[in-house]
Ligand binder design. Structure first.
Ligand code: PEP
Length: 249
């Protein structure tokens, strides 16, 4: 039976006490969950959530990371700091960072390589805007984000990378890509990766879908052959919304 990777991105939500409360209840509710589950709190709450999650199977992720190990980078958080806290994965190239903070493929690639160097697993987000989709540029956009984002990542390192396909038009909008639409793009992602790394690697990699995933659509999405998990935003902020997603079967 396939297993799935369900990640919750808390974005710029939750104070420290709210994060502790959410993580504590999730730890109990998901104790018997058979899927790989990750939560990505704000930087300020990472250390306390790490404490709460001790002894649980829930992984701790960060939502972003600086592109240098350390140095004069005001406001950035380094890979060494994340590792020190016990973070095991980092979301990179989220569309909010690409579009609102103008992160380029080159910058994202530097972060991917740095995370891998330090044993932190990147979740590399790719996805097209509605304008790009309507203009027939979906494959060019996704192909470029993959090729550029993974530059310098060899086949062995790729085993520690997760891809998240997140159509920008479906994030936080309530619009989900149909399972068929999402699966078709996931299949395309595998085609690109097959060209870069070979067929076996393209079949083995975990590709999450993200974009308004909820309890009532998760099973249909996960039933598709190329969808291996979910990156969840809004619905990860409440136990009653996130737990049923992680426990969808
Ligand atoms: C996301 O933040 O990556 C996301 C998919 O958000 P939402 O689930 O709210 O659409």
């Amino acid at each position: 039976m396939r297993s799935y990777y369900i990640a919750g991105n808390w974005k710029m939500h939750k104070t420290i006490s709210e994060s502790i409360a959410l993580a504590t209840v999730l730890k109990g509710k998901l104790a018997a969950c058979g899927e790989k589950v990750l939560v990505a709190p704000a930087f300020t709450a990472l250390a306390v959530v790490a404490e709460v999650l001790k002894g649980s199977k829930i992984h701790l992720g960060a939502q972003n990371m600086g592109c240098e190990e350390q140095g004069a980078h005001t406001g950035e958080v380094s890979v060494l700091m994340l590792k020190d806290i016990g973070v095991t994965a980092v979301i990179l190239g989220h569309s909010e960072r690409r579009h609102s903070y103008l992160e380029s493929d080159d910058l994202i690639n530097r972060k991917v390589l740095l995370a891998l160097k330090h044993g932190i697993e990147p979740i590399l987000c790719v996805g097209e805007t509605l304008e790009e989709r309507d203009a027939g540029k979906l494959e060019v956009v996704i192909g470029t984000q993959l090729r550029e984002g993974l530059k310098g990542v060899d086949g062995a390192a790729l085993r520690n990378v997760t891809i998240a396909y997140e159509p920008v038009w479906a994030i936080g909008t309530g619009k989900t890509a149909t399972p068929e639409d999402a699966d078709a793009v996931h299949a395309y992602i595998r085609t690109v990766l097959s060209g870069l790394y070979g067929e076996a690697a393209s079949k083995a990699i975990c590709i999450q879908y993200g974009g308004s995933v909820k309890a009532d659509n998760v099973a249909a999405l996960m039933a598709k052959p190329n969808i291996d998990g979910a990156l969840v935003g809004g619905a990860s902020l409440k136990v009653d919304a996130f737990a049923p997603i992680a426990l969808f079967r």
